[in-house]
Design a protein around this ligand. Sequence first.
Ligand SMILES: [Zn+2]
Ligand SMILES: [Zn+2]
Ligand SMILES: [Zn+2]
Ligand SMILES: [Zn+2]
Length: 419
Amino acid sequence: MKKRARRHSTSVLDTSAFRLEDDFYLADFDDSNVAEKPKERPFRPSDPALQDWAQKHRNTFLQALLWHDGRGSEDIKLCTRCNRAGHTARYRCDDCFSQRLLCRECCVEVHGMLPLHIIQQWDPSRGFFSKTSLKSLGLRVQLGHSAANTRCPKPMAAHAQFVVLHDNGVHDVAFDYCGCTGAEPEYLQLLRSRFFPATTQRPQTCATFTCLDRFHIFSLKPKTTAFDFYDSLERLTSGEGAKPLDRYRMLLRMAREWRHLLLLKRGGRFGYKSNEAENAAPGELAILCPACPRPGVNLPADWRTAEPKDHCIYTQFFALDACFQLKRRMVSSEARDPSLGPGFAFMVDAKPYREYLRSATNKQEMSTCSGLKALEQANTKFSKGYAATGVGMVVCARHEFVLPNAVGDLQKGERRVKL
Ligand SMILES: [Zn+2]
Ligand SMILES: [Zn+2]
Ligand SMILES: [Zn+2]
Ligand SMILES: [Zn+2]
């Protein structure tokens, strides 16, 4: 496969145009060396496809981009869907596969089940497209009847300034709740349609499940902060810098709730019994190392009577270390902002942990090694104004899985306390 790709890339490119001596930006370029080499030696670019694109197709691509900024064809006057007199072709969707120009009625109709698409509106007097919203075109989204896709006979309008955070921006959406007898509460109607409400009483903000999933992955892989993620959503909404209604704090709350719910769901706590989420046992929701030996899970029944030479297979190895860089400022407290799952997974429950630390002797560990600066720094520098001056944890040494309830905050460096 690799060979084929390489052969193809050389065949489409005329490499005779490039020679080593042409690349005068090379730092180690040496005139004398070049003189010794045969002049006709072909120079191979690092990315032949890029060179080919730059030489032959760049202008075509540019024209295609510009074509998308316009109406496509001068001939299109009426809506390309209904083609009715008086229905001018004025609206185009950025997210639909089709780039058809539609009238207002058709645009609303085809987006009945796609309320978070981004619509462009043609301005005939100034001759360009600008962003508009489906809400301003008259789209109302019915909740509570979404499974049957019918309108409710007694719709109840949601808050006039309802905002939805989605992965393509911040949207104004006109929701109608179901007002039928026995209808579910508003927040539950939103949840049934994959919208996560920021509050349960008369919600004004929600995020789509997709948006919360994206933020979850972005915060874990490229380490995107919540502020940067929200800022990106605002930029996607308006590149000119016009700010939509500020819902940053709501995103923080929803993302925290979302992560906690995923933790409970994966741990088998489904919420069917009362207090099922609150009563998780210490460390119950942590993911255990699948490779480390666990009796009854991945060990043979006779593992205890194994020969001495095989004992190492059935031994679990632990490693313990602390990071003094991972500090947390004293911005709030456990009392003001209590944990949603104290001690449910990897961190120890803060309350008994703090009580235990208070009862332990306040003895500073002295470094006897002149070269070990980490310990000295941890004991002396930058501990004022911090709720935690580092984190210590126990992991399985072979696979680096963190053990349940094996992560604890450090206060004022590293201390050793006898049990
Ligand atoms: Zn139409
Ligand atoms: Zn669309
Ligand atoms: Zn209804
Ligand atoms: Zn392990």
